[in-house]
Design a protein around this ligand. Structure first.
Ligand code: GLN
Ligand code: ZN
Length: 759
């Protein structure tokens, strides 16, 4: 019988219980004991879901208070040493959340994207003082919790090499220069934890090593040998879990490692299986990741069962079945959906449903196809109904795509000439000040959107509340003296979901929340069909905002790459096609904004970098398609209309040529936290167009002084000519409060004015 397990389960809760509990705790409205109780109850619920579905093992340690990387660091004693004093004697939460969110003395740890997902982890910080002296007491407690419920607990930890691979060396650490130099210190901590788990009777531990799916140098590969040799034989058996890509080229290496099993992502890389099958040593386990942990479509169980049967015949009990990766990346339970069209709903599987798919397959392997034929038929019927939806293939959309000219992505003039025309229209001062788009999403705004959605207020009332907000933010921006204004995005719950609700071929779920970081969740739209623009999406708001001011108000769109990347996307069309469809829809919007008198249109692409394939070999093709999609959208504007784009959190170095190829007139980027370091790369690259390096970190409630911003700006003018520099925060301000925003923007405008007088 094939054993079934999941690499991890979403921890946020079907009703986002963890989110609300965390935020209550952070606001001081509840205490640590209450937060712990919510965590305990969620873990229990999630284990129950695994047990009820019939899984053989339950994942323990996939739960985390804020982030699984932070959690692993905490257990190993690897929290950044700069937080050593944070609430030393208080509840351990004080220190944990200080690391995650910063405190009065220290900024938060760096947050960045987990591989090619929209999940963000906290970047481990390696310093000379780091001891890795943890005992993983909390993890041991959770194992006991599961065992007390009569469950077969399989602890999950991020593996040592992935942990180091994601880490950054901080400060001068003497002889310790590279992350790998910390391995000798790290391994004893893992050994200690493994031994302790063994003493609890744990028989399997899953060590996540998604770093194996990245391009790895020889020293990293050698380190895998060293590390796993050191970890083997210290208690439980080790399942090395890879995901997000193929690791077939390392099959020989994995065969040599003293591990007891390997998990392969057979959704992303089905072809890698052959490299392992041939002589996978007895009695090692091969965990087949066959249910897509990154997408929400129902699996084709019939086909999967047919593929698995010979594998099962060859491996027998050594074949385990699992999702491709942790289910962290999909929503919790389809049972909470009630607004989707039936044909779409029937084609979906969220985390709970995916568990059921696994056990259906395991039963089919054990008892034969007939034993599960009803479930197979239901799956096929659900998938067929989706394929039959009218929007799935739209002849007009296909025709528009086919008719695209070779120069569809060309603006009429080169940047230098566009810049002149734009300046003639805009008349902006040197170092123009602006913001990234959103302003604080107050409770009143959220209530207005909710009331409208739930039909407690009519359209006119809703319109008036939004317009009142727009009037308010325009007045505030004029008072602050900002040069380029925004309408503030009050109508948007989320920059992607908003467009998902309006575009044809895209649906939005009622409860399909996925954790993005900490307590923050997103509800990715479902791109299920050919995409088209049904009607103007932003023009009304932008036109109204512009009518209130002489100063330019930026139109605000989410770009094609980000819409694609932050949605769950159909899997029967390649990404280039979907991105191009989105681009054509946006292009029409850009043209209509321009016709409505909007002189600047910002096309946000914060997800541009994370769309990049993990392996270098696949990047050029993807980048070409992504750049073209952006350009097609932007070329909806004439040369006198200024196109901005915005990206955050990104590491740009290797993609700078593509960023330049976007040919946006202005790009605003996140640079405050990295002390303008990023700008050096733009400088070295001779980036040709205008740049707005973020001068303050919007992720922290601390209001920076204008002196700090001035310092950053002085650094910026050393790197980029002042004529091509803008002044703006790092990102949108929707998560902040007005008093902070007012204070910070006033300081920012002052910093820009001061610098202008010096130039
Ligand atoms: N315009 C968006 C905002 O200001 C951009 C958000 C983002 O970059 N993630 O909220
Ligand atoms: Zn941003």
């Amino acid at each position: 019988m094939s054993l079934t397990h999941t690499l991890g389960f979403p921890r946020i809760g079907a009703r986002r219980e963890l989110k609300f509990a965390l935020e209550r705790y952070w606001r001081g409205e509840s205490d640590a004991a209450e937060l712990r109780a919510v965590g305990r109850s969620l873990r229990r619920t999630h284990w129950q879901a695994q047990r009820e579905a019939g899984l053989d093992l339950v994942a323990v340690g996939d739960f985390a208070w804020y982030d699984q990387v932070l959690q692993t660091l905490d257990w190993l004693g690897g929290l950044p040493t700069r937080f050593a004093d944070a609430g030393a004697d208080a509840d351990p939460f004080v220190r944990l959340f200080a690391c995650a969110r910063g405190n009065a003395a220290q900024p938060a740890m760096e947050l960045t994207k987990w591989f090619d997902t929209n999940y963000h982890y906290l970047v481990p910080e390696l310093s000379a003082e780091l001891r890795f002296d943890g005992e993983a007491v909390e993890l041991l407690d959770w194992v006991c919790e599961a065992q007390a419920l009569g469950l077969h607990a399989k602890p999950v930890l991020i593996g040592p090499l992935t942990l180091l691979r994601l880490a950054k060396v901080r400060g001068d650490s003497g002889a310790l220069a590279q992350p790998l130099d910390w391995l000798p210190r790290l391994l004893p901590a893992y050994r200690r934890v493994l031994r302790a788990l063994g003493e609890l009777g744990v028989d399997w531990v899953q060590l996540d090593e998604p770093a194996l799916a990245l391009d790895l140098d020889a020293d990293w590969l050698a380190a895998y040998r060293e590390a796993y040799a050191a970890l083997a034989g210290h208690g439980p058996r080790l399942l090395l879990a890879s995901y997000f890509g193929g690791i077939g080229e390392h099959a020989a290496l994995l065969r040599e490692l003293p591990i007891d099993g390997v998990h392969l992502d057979l959704v992303r890389a089905p072809g890698q299986l052959d490299g392992f099958l041939a002589d996978w040593p007895q009695p090692r386990v091969l965990s087949a990741g066959i249910i897509d942990g990154r997408n929400i479509w129902r699996a084709d169980l019939e086909t999967l069962l047919a593929h698995l049967s010979p594998l099962h015949a060859a491996l027998g009990e050594r074949l385990w079945l699992a999702p491709s990766c942790s289910l962290l990346h999909v929503p919790v339970d389809l049972a909470h959906e009630n607004t989707l069209p039936a044909a779409l709903q029937g084609a979906l599987a969220f985390a709970v449903q995916k568990l059921g798919e696994l056990t259906t397959l395991a039963r089919g392997l054990r008892d034969g196809r007939e034993a599960v034929s009803a479930a197979l038929l239901e799956a096929s019927a659900g998938r067929a109904a989706l394929a039959g939806l009218p929007n799935r293939r739209h002849p007009l959309v296909e025709q528009r795509l086919a008719e695209l000219d070779a120069d569809a992505g060309e603006r009429a003039l080169p940047f230098a000439e566009r810049a002149q025309r734009q300046q003639a229209v805009l008349g902006l001062p040197l170092l123009p000040t602006t913001t990234i788009g959103s302003f604080p999403q107050t409770a009143a705004l959220r209530a207005a959107r909710r009331d409208y959605r739930e039909q407690r207020i009519g359209h006119l009332e809703y319109l008036e509340r939004m317009r009142a907000e727009i009037r308010e933010v325009i007045t505030r921006q004029e008072a602050l003296g900002l040069d380029v204004l925004v309408h503030g995005e009050p109508e948007r719950n989320d920059m992607v979901e908003y467009f998902g609700e309006l575009l044809g071929g895209v649906a939005t779920s009622a409860n399909g929340w996925v954790q993005s970081y900490g307590s923050r969740c997103v509800k990715p739209p479902l791109i299920y069909g050919d995409v088209y623009r049904r009607e103007a999406m932003t023009v009304g708001w932008s036109r109204y905002a512009q009518s209130l001011s002489e100063r330019p108000v930026k139109g605000m769109l989410t770009g094609p790459v980000t819409l694609w990347k932050w949605s769950f996307c159909r899997d029967d069309r390649d990404s280039a096609t979907v991105m191009t469809q989105l681009a054509l829809a946006l292009r029409e919007e850009v043209a209509e904004l321009e016709a409505a008198g909007i002189r600047i249109v910002q096309i946000d692409e914060p997800a541009f970098r994370e769309g990049l394939p993990l392996r270098a070999a696949a990047r050029a093709d993807w980048l070409a398609a992504a750049v073209l999609a952006f350009r097609i959208a932007a070329a909806g504007a004439g040369p006198a209309t200024q196109i901005h784009t915005h990206m955050c959190y990104s590491e740009f170095n290797e993609i700078l040529p593509a960023i330049a190829a976007l040919d946006a007139d202005v790009i605003t980027i996140e640079t405050a936290r990295s002390d303008m370091e990023l700008l050096e790369a733009f400088h070295d690259f001779h980036y040709p167009n205008a740049i707005g390096p973020g001068v303050y970190d919007i992720h922290s409630p601390r209001v920076p002084g204008s002196a700090a911003m001035l310092r950053l700006l002085r650094r910026a003018v050393e790197l980029i000519p002042a004529e091509r520099l803008w002044v703006n925060p790092d990102c949108g301000l929707k998560t902040r409060d007005w008093p902070e925003v007012d204070a910070a923007l006033a300081q920012m405008v002052e910093a820009a004015r001061t610098l202008r007088t010096e130039l």
